[in-house]
Design a protein around this ligand. Structure first.
Ligand SMILES: Cc1cc2nc3c(=O)[nH]c(=O)nc-3n(C[C@H](O)[C@H](O)[C@H](O)COP(=O)(O)O)c2cc1C
Length: 166
């Protein structure tokens, strides 16, 4: 799949809204991910409001460009589906990668923005959205039409692959 091999983190976006159909496809890609016991322990907060994006961009030191994104998604764990955040993280990561790849296939750039396990950062997001008990914001993703040169990195490293034994 070209979208997998050509995806890179995109941090510069055109000032143009995403189409509703594109947002829906990105979300559908998330929901298509595998999850332990099919528990689907995720909740997604979709943000297009510019003021909210600006606020979110200040919640970690490495997300300043989120304020210029067309959309942000806050990826939350739902502990009522799986009490273990360790397990939730694996499921949410699968859903997130699906979103990044689907976005790329639509010509939309994205960047994963870490939050958890930094307590200060995930508690700030928790308070900002007044999240119900058991909903934990784990990370965010920025999305937007690509406004930078993309150079796909070839990260394949055969020294990290072990056949039959380590
Ligand atoms: C868990 C995780 C957290 C990340 N957090 C940030 C972040 O806060 N800010 C940022 O600019 N990039 C962030 N990234 C993107 C990485 O920097 C990027 O994926 C990595 O440098 C590899 O580059 P590529 O995505 O272009 O292949 C994060 C990626 C992951 C998987």
């Amino acid at each position: 799949m070209d979208a997998i091999f050509n995806r890179t983190s995109v941090r510069k976006y055109k000032q143009k809204s995403l189409k509703k159909e594109e947002i829906d496809l990105i979300l559908k890609a998330a929901f298509s991910a595998p999850s332990a016991r099919n528990s689907q322990p995720w909740q997604f907060i979709v943000v297009e409001n510019k003021d909210t994006l600006k606020d979110l961009s200040q919640m970690t030191p490495y997300a300043s460009f989120l304020k210029d994104a067309a959309m942000g998604i806050v990826v939350c764990a739902d502990k009522s589906k799986n009490d273990s955040l360790d397990y939730c993280q694996q499921d949410l990561a699968a859903a997130t990668e699906n979103m990044l790849v689907e976005a790329k296939s639509l010509g939309i750039g994205s960047c994963w923005l870490g939050v958890y396990p930094n307590e200060e950062r995930y508690l700030a997001l928790n308070q900002y959205f007044k999240l119900p008990k058991g909903i934990v914001p784990m990370w965010m993703i920025s999305f937007g039409y690509i406004d930078q040169e993309e150079v796909a990195k070839d990260k394949f490293d055969s020294s990290k692959v072990h056949y039959e034994k380590y």
